[in-house]
Design a protein around this ligand. Structure first.
Ligand SMILES: Nc1ncnc2c1ncn2[C@@H]1O[C@H](COP(=O)(O)OP(=O)(O)OP(=O)(O)O)[C@@H](O)[C@H]1O
Ligand SMILES: [Mg+2]
Length: 397
């Protein structure tokens, strides 16, 4: 039996829909239809998503079309049916917004029942295709945690550009999570004004259902999704390690890549993100304190057996005149350096404008070239199972 939600309907239509569904319909109170799916779902008592959203003629057409377009992208497992005069123009606009069916306002009970049944079957079919193995396949997506012992070394720069690069390689594939819970600036680096932030994404209905969680994400014009940082340090501090574990597991079921920006050091949230990661990007600036800090952090993580299978060491602010060579760094940290990012004047400007350099930079800028190399380490290589790696790693340490 499909779960049906009815909005924008008058008494008479409510009665017919109740008959057509044997009373199994959730009727939303009259009023504005929220343009944002998350607001719509907040009105559902149990937070469970419908299979079919039936919208009556009381809801203004622009509002329905805008909501339907967003549902089509964010919650494609919900089928929208609109009750309105089915003019050719309306059909065309509805089709473009991803609305599945139109019913005339005087549709009788049998028509409504048949339309709801068709819509329910379509929703079930789409869900099967969209989430073929979500319940059994726990960590399908790749979780890439960007971390560093010290602040200001380019974590946010690298994570935003990596996420933009992966989105360009595979549209709708990537979500970026701002786990710098106190002073996160992913939203600013991407020029986003989020409606919901990290604390909203880890509690309430979003924590219970991955499809609902998707409606709490902020979308960047590139097609990248983001969980932006909390509005205040106090709000961010309410997010626990367990919250992070649950959030990343849910996102990895829905996205091929989950990129995680973190605060400097090894906070509770960063440790949780490393524990769930398939890959870590360890970042340092190319100077003695930065490199020493990285060695200490790598030592701690090795002891905890928390270095994920994919380990990528990135040097930022490389400066040939700084007195340190990549070889010196490799000797100190006892492992290879994978990517070296040069100091670039274009980067601070891109941070200030809220446009990542991979979204705007010229191809010939050396920073763009090296960031693309970093992106291709993920977009062109298969995932190694972190579970297997950890078992091996523990056995040998
Ligand atoms: N390769 C680079 N060349 C020039 N400037 C850079 C480079 N990488 C980062 N920056 C600049 O350095 C500053 C710090 O970078 P970013 O915010 O990415 O660091 P962070 O590690 O996230 O810092 P925090 O630990 O405070 O979160 C930013 O203004 C950014 O524009
Ligand atoms: Mg940062």
């Amino acid at each position: 039996m499909s779960r049906v939600v009815l909005a924008g309907a008058g008494e008479d239509l409510i009665l017919r829909v109740k008959q057509a569904t044997d009373g199994d319909v959730h009727v939303l109170p009259p009023g504005r239809l929220p343009g944002d799916p998350a607001r719509l779902f907040e009105q559902l008592v149990d937070g469970e998503l419908p299979d079919v959203l039936l919208v009556g003629p009381h809801a203004p057409a622009e509002e329905v079309l805008s909501l339907a377009s967003r549902l089509d992208v964010q919650s494609p497992g919900i089928t929208v049916v609109l009750v309105t005069d089915p003019s050719p123009e309306m059909w065309q606009a509805a089709m473009r917004a991803g609305i599945r069916d139109l019913l005339p306002p005087d549709a009788d009970v049998a028509d409504i029942s048949a339309a709801v049944e068709r819509a329910g079957r379509a929703a079930a079919g789409r869900r099967r295709v969209l989430r073929p193995s979500s319940e059994t396949d726990r960590y399908a997506g790749r979780v890439i945690t960007v971390a560093s012992p010290k602040g200001g070394v380019g974590k946010t720069t690298v994570s935003t550009n990596l996420a933009i690069g992966l989105t360009a390689a595979a549209p709708q594939s990537t979500v970026l999570v701002d786990l710098d819970v106190q002073f996160g600036d992913v939203a600013s680096a991407l020029g986003l004004v989020p409606e919901y932030t990290l604390p909203d994404a880890v509690r309430g209905p979003a924590a219970e259902d991955t499809m609902v969680l998707k409606t709490f994400l902020t979308q960047h014009p590139s097609g990248l999704f983001a969980v932006c940082g909390a509005e205040s340090p106090a709000a961010g501090d309410t997010v626990s390690g367990e919250d992070v574990t649950r959030l990343l597991a849910s996102l990895a079921r829905e996205f091929r890549y989950v990129v995680v920006d973190t605060a400097p050091g090894l906070s509770e949230q960063t440790l949780a993100a490393l524990d769930r990661a398939s890959d870590v990007v360890m970042l340092t600036s190319m100077d003695v304190p930065g490199v020493r800090g990285l060695r200490k952090e790598l030592d701690v993580l090795r002891e905890l057996a928390m270095i994920p299978a994919g380990r990528h060491v990135v040097m930022n602010f490389a400066d040939p005149k700084g007195g340190l060579t990549v070889r010196d760094v490799e000797t100190t940290i006892g492992t290879g350096v994978d990517v070296v990012l040069p100091r670039s004047k274009a980067v601070p400007a891109s941070t200030n404008q809220g446009v990542p350099i991979l979204a705007s930079g010229g191809r010939r800028d050396p920073m763009v070239r090296e960031l693309r190399r970093l992106v291709s380490r993920f977009s062109a290589t298969p995932l190694v199972s972190s579970g297997r790696y950890r078992a091996k790693h523990r056995a040998s340490s």
